[in-house]
Design a protein around this ligand. Structure first.
Ligand SMILES: [Zn+2]
Length: 249
């Protein structure tokens, strides 16, 4: 059985579909996704950003899956509860709701005469005639614009410090990583990171820029990261531990 480390602190979270299989464990209904594969020989349980997942051999009887879930009921319940607490609240995209920008809350506010989302200190103003779906579209786009400007500036600053040419910076929508650096010197960073504190954004940018010099995670690589962000280890730990608080979208 695999007790994989929970990944949700690094990632935005998903809801389990309603059609998912479920089991009653100690009086609690726990739903999960079941993945059967031919290659697999044993049943394993995993809690990740999407909740509880069961991987099983193609012909594993449901009884065996139920038995394993009951055997590890305490672990499953505790992990599922952790996961539920970390899930972002449901969103209806109306005035009064909050988004996060650089680790601080920003309240959505309808304001007559505003054509495009506009930031006023800690309020994001938008056209009161917009439907929720349009507000969602507009706010996400606005966040992506802020993300691209911020990430590009960070990566340019760090590459200049290393006396490297400025990399091209793109936004990614990856569900599995904060950033990546391509061999040809292009850096991708997850736009959702713009919701997190600037110190964490700096760390991710420094990490990817350091890859322009070292395409690995060798001691020399970490020395380069430390030259750019001396307290990178604390930032990395905080990012892993607390990102779920900021990644509401
Ligand atoms: Zn790396």
């Amino acid at each position: 059985m695999t007790h994989s480390p929970a990944l949700q602190s690094e990632l935005p979270l998903y809801a389990t579909p309603e059609s998912a299989p479920a089991i009653n464990l100690d009086g609690q209904r726990i739903s999960y996704t079941l993945q059967r594969t031919r290659r697999r020989r044993t049943i394993s349980l995993l809690i990740d950003d999407r909740g509880l997942r069961v991987a099983a051999p193609l012909k594993a009887p449901q009884r065996a899956i139920d038995e394993l879930l009951h055997l590890h009921a305490t672990w499953v319940i505790r992990k599922v509860q952790d996961w539920q607490q970390k899930r972002p609240p449901p969103r209806s995209w109306v005035a009064g709701e909050q988004i996060m920008l650089y680790g601080a809350p920003v309240t959505l506010e309808a304001h007559a005469g505003i054509a495009m989302p506009h930031l006023d200190v800690d309020r994001l103003l938008f056209d009161p005639q917009l439907a929720p779906a349009d507000i969602e579209f507009g706010v996400r786009n606005w966040l992506k614009q802020q993300a691209l400007k911020c990430f590009t500036r960070c990566c340019q600053d760090y590459s200049a410090q290393l006396e490297l040419p400025a990399p091209a910076v793109r936004l990614s929508n990856a569900r599995t990583r904060w950033g990546s650096c391509h061999a040809k010197g292009r850096i991708s960073m997850n736009w959702r990171l713009v919701q997190a504190p600037a110190a964490w954004i700096d760390y991710v940018a420094a990490h990817e820029v350091a890859h322009l010099r070292q395409m690995n995670h060798s001691p020399a690589f970490w020395c380069t990261v430390a030259a750019l962000v001396p307290d990178y280890a604390e930032r990395r730990a905080a990012l892993r531990r607390d990102a779920h608080r900021y990644l509401l979208l």
